[in-house]
Design a protein around this ligand. Structure first.
Ligand SMILES: [Zn+2]
Length: 108
């Protein structure tokens, strides 16, 4: 019984480690760039620093915070930059294209 529990725990730890390694690999190999259609902004101020992108990506586990999608992801300013929102981890989240465009429809 005890052995089984030990094995179970080991397996869970391994899984967790694999997940962490996967995230790290994605970040390291800049796969992030391929997976994300980062809102290319014309103005320099709107550019999200890469360390902020990394932190947001890790916090949101690389998926849309609204629907959990892993396709067509974008970084979204919670408070729009034009309304005084800043390029901070707190103000940025990961959204998929669908949720992001829905959001802009509402505002527009
Ligand atoms: Zn979504």
């Amino acid at each position: 019984m005890l052995e089984e529990e030990k094995e179970q725990k080991l397996r869970e730890e391994r899984k967790k480690k694999e997940r962490e390694e996967e995230i790290q690999r994605i970040l390291d190999e800049s796969e992030l760039k391929d997976k994300l259609t980062i809102n290319e902004c014309k103005s320099k101020e709107r550019h999200i620093p890469s360390h902020v992108q990394k932190e947001v990506w890790e916090r949101d586990k690389g998926e849309c915070v609204k629907c959990g999608s892993r396709e067509n992801l974008e970084f979204d300013h919670i408070i729009p930059f034009s309304k005084g929102g800043s390029n901070t981890v707190k103000n940025i989240r990961v959204l998929c294209k669908v949720c992001n465009s829905r959001k802009s429809d509402k505002i527009g």
